[in-house]
Design a protein around this ligand. Structure first.
Ligand SMILES: [Zn+2]
Length: 156
């Protein structure tokens, strides 16, 4: 931090306090060269993960929204909320690994479906029907058939 009075690069922090919203930190600093004091404000950057939708629009990754969709998919199914939390945690940790903090909605959907598929096939189909937005009933039936039939998609 450069001193605004003498431009020296050496200073010490004499006092720090958070702003009332908790997102700004005010620091009182003292220049070690001219001993004058000045104040700096640091804004804490919230880390938002963005979901890139098919049409290119971005919206913040919303854990609650995803949980909502998943909760609907598992209604009356033997899947616990804790298991869903695990799925969402997994997606969040994948997001955290992405340098641009972005993930496509398709990737989220595929990750969720992959996990649900291992947990409960009914929940999987329910979720898939919403997520993939099947164009018609036939497409949906094909998906169900692929689950039930011998030509099961390999996991992976
Ligand atoms: Zn100074």
């Amino acid at each position: 931090m450069r001193c605004p009075y003498c431009s020296a690069m050496s200073e010490k922090v004499v006092d720090s306090r958070e702003g009332k919203d908790g997102d700004v930190i005010r620091r009182r600093r003292e220049c070690l060269q001219c001993h004058r004091r000045f104040t700096t404000y640091e804004r804490i950057e919230e880390i938002h993960f963005m979901v890139v939708k098919k049409d290119g629009r971005r919206e913040p990754f919303d854990r609650h929204k995803l949980m909502g969709g998943l909760t609907k998919a598992i209604q009356k199914r033997p899947v616990s909320v804790a298991q869903l939390e695990e799925i969402v945690d997994d997606i969040e940790s994948r997001l955290a690994e992405k340098p641009d903090r972005e993930i496509s909605s398709t990737e989220v959907g595929e990750l969720v479906m992959h996990r649900l598929h291992d947990l409960d096939e009914v929940a999987y189909v329910r979720f898939a029907s919403v997520y993939r937005q099947f164009k018609d009933v036939n497409q949906f039936v094909e998906e169900v058939k692929s689950l039930l039939g011998p030509a099961r998609r390999p996991k992976g």
